[in-house]
Write a protein that binds this ligand. Structure first.
Ligand code: IPE
Ligand code: IPE
Ligand code: MG
Length: 236
């Protein structure tokens, strides 16, 4: 597809893995596995379309409330994904980054992620941000604490604190705000994702479960975005 306007930054809430599995009488982890396959295709398509930033919500600060077998399984699948895909991501010039307090993940996952960060750090293609143990309220709270520390230490004056400066205290510092936020599985909520950053994002909600979100569906969402009139509070 050809687009009139391409989003610079697409952020996706990859939701519906569990229901996808349930529909097939499979364990929830089978859904997470299928979800990783879908992710692989969306990353590839983002690269070929020339999208600059792709952020995916992979694990929220609230997802720790799930049974420990599921939580452990999700991280195992993540390690497998990085193991299998890192070579190709690197060949495709993709730069991986992580948003969230990922150091709280199991040790093998932390190691794998750091390997991916190290290996791809100089790549100039698609910037692929994985939100892991990410929660927007947590992010904002950490940012406020950072600001408070810098003010107390005399490194920042209250009068210097602008929206742009505050943004630099967030996990997403140096990443432009998402132009398009997509959520799959029919749920119409943010679930603590990019609250500050999505102030003026366009939203597209898809009814399909994440494992069924094909590159074709992705392009439909981008086409929908291209039709939207963005006003940012002004007039067109
Ligand atoms: C999204 O799918 C993946 C994660 C939250 C890790 P879900 O696991 O939330 O799937 P549903 O919403 O239960 O169908
Ligand atoms: C949001 O999905 C988090 C991720 C996709 C990683 P959830 O499935 O956790 O969200 P809720 O619980 O339906 O709001
Ligand atoms: Mg869900």
């Amino acid at each position: 597809m050809k687009f009139e306007r391409l989003p610079d930054h697409v952020a996706i809430v990859m939701d519906g893995n569990g229901r996808w599995a349930k529909m097939r009488n499979l364990p929830r982890l089978a859904g997470h596995n299928a979800g990783m396959k879908a992710l692989k295709e969306i990353v590839k398509r983002s690269s070929t379309l020339g999208i600059r930033h792709l952020t995916v919500y992979a694990f929220s600060t609230e997802n720790w409330r799930r049974p420990s077998e599921e939580v452990g399984g999700i991280f195992k699948i993540l390690v497998q994904y990085v193991d299998k895909e890192l070579g190709e991501l690197h060949e495709n010039n993709v730069k991986v980054s992580v948003l969230g307090n990922y150091k709280k993940l199991p040790e093998d996952a932390v190691k794998k992620l750091e390997e991916a960060l190290r290996k791809t750090k100089d790549n100039s293609g698609l910037q692929f941000h994985i939100a892991l143990n990410y929660g927007s309220r947590d992010e904002i709270l950490q940012a406020v604490k950072g600001v408070a520390r810098d003010v107390a230490a005399g490194n920042l004056a209250e009068s210097e604190l602008t929206e742009a400066v505050f943004s630099q205290y967030l996990f997403t510092k140096d990443i432009p705000d998402p132009d398009l936020v997509i959520r799959t599985s029919g749920e119409v909520r943010l679930s603590n994702f990019l609250l500050w950053q999505s102030a003026y994002s366009e939203f597209v909600f898809s009814e399909v479960y994440w494992p069924d979100f094909t590159p074709e569906r992705y392009e439909e969402a981008i086409a929908e975005y291209a039709k939207r009139a963005r006003r940012f509070g002004g007039v067109k």
